[in-house]
Design a protein around this ligand. Structure first.
Ligand SMILES: [Zn+2]
Length: 150
């Protein structure tokens, strides 16, 4: 069901660190699927999720309930850092605003998303594409290691 009136979660950019901590603390879900679920938390699109998790150094399959407090704080910061450059440029190159104007946020501003086999900008390890549920994710296997206790 995608009715236009479908309930959206709070816009992620409106959430203070305190709000974000509180919201996350009550959830049990994989980090990536939670952040992309617009009914829980709105505003994070597919183009940005890879870089956001990379900046926060969190593997997409990590569970919210496994995140250390410092990781939650880092994730909140990475969301702000990951979304604001695009907002400032009116969205991504493939998105259109209500006037049909394309956004100015281009591929060259994406850090690791869609950059399979290119060196990680932080440690030079080649970026890999992995299957995460029904979607694919781009990660640096070194910066975003998946701990054995997820
Ligand atoms: Zn890396």
């Amino acid at each position: 069901m995608h009715a236009p009136t479908a309930k959206l979660g709070p816009n992620v950019l409106d959430l203070s660190l305190e709000d974000f901590r509180r919201l996350i603390a009550q959830q049990r879900a994989a980090v990536k699927s939670y952040l992309l679920d617009q009914s829980r938390i709105a505003g994070i699109g597919n183009a940005y999720i890879h870089d956001i998790l990379f900046m926060a150094r969190i593997h997409p399959l990590r569970r919210l309930e496994s995140l250390a407090p410092a990781e939650v704080d880092g994730l909140h910061q990475a969301i702000q850092d990951g979304l604001r450059p695009s907002m400032a440029k009116n969205g991504a190159f493939y998105e259109k605003d209500i006037y049909g104007q394309k956004g100015g946020f281009g591929m060259d501003e994406i850090l690791i998303g869609y950059r399979e086999n290119q060196p990680c900008p932080r440690c030079q390890t080649p970026i890999i594409k992995i299957k995460t549920g029904s979607t694919s994710s781009f990660i640096c296997p070194s910066c975003q290691a998946l701990p054995s206790t997820v």
